[in-house]
Design a protein around this ligand. Structure first.
Ligand SMILES: [Zn+2]
Ligand SMILES: [Zn+2]
Length: 139
């Protein structure tokens, strides 16, 4: 993959660490924590520290290559997918499923017109109890 394939801006260096972290996130749909990313990444990079993983996740998030999800409980989660999709979150076990954005999001242009904002990013989370937790009677 080239720099362009990664969607990098010119002023961002694609260090090996960043490339490994980005690849890990783009190859999972589990929306993992920084700890999970660290455990995977250290298999590929010797002497990697958790602090370095956090710092790089912060940079990738600021660059818009990664989405950070704060669910209101547990650790922040990270998503390598930044195209339009919504998250449906289980408040019991923390599993996150992805769904396509509902058609209503097509009306975002209207919101942009009405608010006068330039909209860069739309995020939506639906919270509930997943089928497995429901079946386990954990409600
Ligand atoms: Zn996602
Ligand atoms: Zn659940």
């Amino acid at each position: 993959m080239t720099r362009r394939d990664y969607g990098l801006s010119d002023n961002m260096r694609l260090t090996k660490q960043r490339r490994v972290i980005l690849d890990i996130l783009r190859n999972t749909d589990t929306h993992p924590t920084a700890d999970w990313v660290y455990a995977k990444a250290r298999r590929q990079i010797k002497n990697l520290s958790l602090g370095t993983v956090y710092r790089n996740l912060g940079i990738l998030t600021r660059e818009g290559l990664v989405q950070k999800l704060e669910l209101g409980f547990g650790q922040a989660r990270y998503d390598g997918r930044t195209d339009g999709h919504i998250h449906i979150v289980c408040d019991k076990c923390g599993i996150i499923k992805e769904m396509m954005q509902p058609e209503k999001f097509a009306e975002i242009n209207e919101i942009q017109d009405k608010s006068g904002f330039q909209i860069n990013h739309v995020a939506m989370e639906i919270h509930g109890i997943c089928p497995k937790c429901k079946a386990d009677g954990k409600e």
